[in-house]
Design a protein around this ligand. Sequence first.
Ligand SMILES: Cc1cc2nc3c(=O)[nH]c(=O)nc-3n(C[C@H](O)[C@H](O)[C@H](O)COP(=O)(O)OP(=O)(O)OC[C@H]3O[C@@H](n4cnc5c(N)ncnc54)[C@H](O)[C@@H]3O)c2cc1C
Length: 456
Amino acid sequence: MTSEAILRVVIVGAGFGGLNAAQALAKAHVRITVIDRKNYHTFQPLLYQVATAGLSPGEIAAPIRSILRSHKNIEVLMAEVTGFDLDRRMVKTPEADISYDYLIVAAGASHAYFGHDDWEPYAPGLKTIEDALEIRRRVLLAFELAERQAAAGETEVPLNFVVVGAGPTGVELAGTLAEISRHALAHEFRSIDPARTHILLIEGGPRVLAAYAEGLSRSAQEQLNHLGVEVRTSTVVTQIEPGAVYAGQTRLPATVVLWAAGVAASPLGKKLGATVDRAGRVLVQSDLSLPGHPEVFVIGDLAALKDEQGKMLPGVAPVAIQQGRFAAKMIREELASHTNSGSPSFAGSDARPPFHYWDKGSLATIGRAAAVAEFGRIHISGFIAWLSWLFVHILFLIGFRNRLLVFIQWAWSYVTYERGARLITGSTYLPGWTGDQHTATVASEAPQEIHTGPAK
Ligand SMILES: Cc1cc2nc3c(=O)[nH]c(=O)nc-3n(C[C@H](O)[C@H](O)[C@H](O)COP(=O)(O)OP(=O)(O)OC[C@H]3O[C@@H](n4cnc5c(N)ncnc54)[C@H](O)[C@@H]3O)c2cc1C
């Protein structure tokens, strides 16, 4: 490093963690390169709104370049990171190797099928804008195909939606599907009655929203029932095939299946060569650095770290945001100590303070005017929780334009029950829909349990 040289910080991923790290470093005397495979940042907590036609993609995503445009020391590269050379301090992309002095890896997580990747085509998960659009396509298409089949005189028209996994994403998907079918679509079809759509939420564990207090789980289940969702807990899905979900020997007909059950960290975690947990998250030091590499930080959904009580930090946006800011702070504080010549010298993890997560509370939405919230010992359910959820999500949405648009959209759809983004784009193929000869149940009936041989 010469006296003129400026240290280079490379940030992989412009999600909540990466963006916040970049912004917190923007005023420091460093050169920052943000690399992401997408040219936009996605506000994942509102993906389910795109999946259920309440919002359009542009309202929950913003170009990374535009978010960071006022920071002259930040460059943005759209590229797929494929690996690392930690000895040479290089990030690998198919086009070039990119050198760094400090590296922050914030590549997030995706959904996991517990070793059943073959289920993915029949049960899409929700992680990206593309996933949300595919779910929207399938959900809206199911209603259209059912209407066409019923209009042709068929009386046995299937409309069974099955959501697997009752964590926050599964709960909000199931609740919103109920809301759409009972309100937004209720009066628009002539041959089917969308309000009789059967929505089933399946959970392997004993309760929905397991990360919340038991009372809130109970309340969430009651609110789901009230919206018209059937909840089955302690039910493990053993097989998914086109048009059906199996729980042991029980076959549950499913016009559309949505997967909200498992999470796996980005494969980049393993490429760092460090120890990873079962979900592929990197076991980081207390200062979020990679063991043996104080110049490399791993943050957000890709990092595994326990809090002071020994509880694993959750994969939520506030953890990623706070970790991004913490890693940036460690780098800023060390800049002064780097000599003006020779290689930079990094503090070891024992010389840095440990990361501390400030938990401001958790919120989960269930549907229209239905939510649960946990702020320490204060637990709220229903309308007030939903209002808090709304306020927090509008506040943290990236970009003033998006905040305004989303606020107007929500206010409008709250009053009118309308969902403005009901477009079916792309293919008109629905897995499991066998022309107009489908053999599943009538829209008005709950899925019948058909006992078959052993689950495949
Ligand atoms: C449907 C859904 C709903 C959620 N709801 C909530 C909620 O209500 N509240 C809450 O707090 N949290 C919620 N979360 C969780 C929250 O979104 C995550 O905890 C948070 O996004 C993690 O931030 P991150 O920076 O670690 O990763 P991410 O935000 O996932 O960002 C990772 C980035 O890395 C990029 N990337 C990945 N791999 C590569 C590669 N190889 N090369 C280049 N770029 C790469 C991706 O394109 C992405 O931009 C939700 C998540 C989902 C999926």
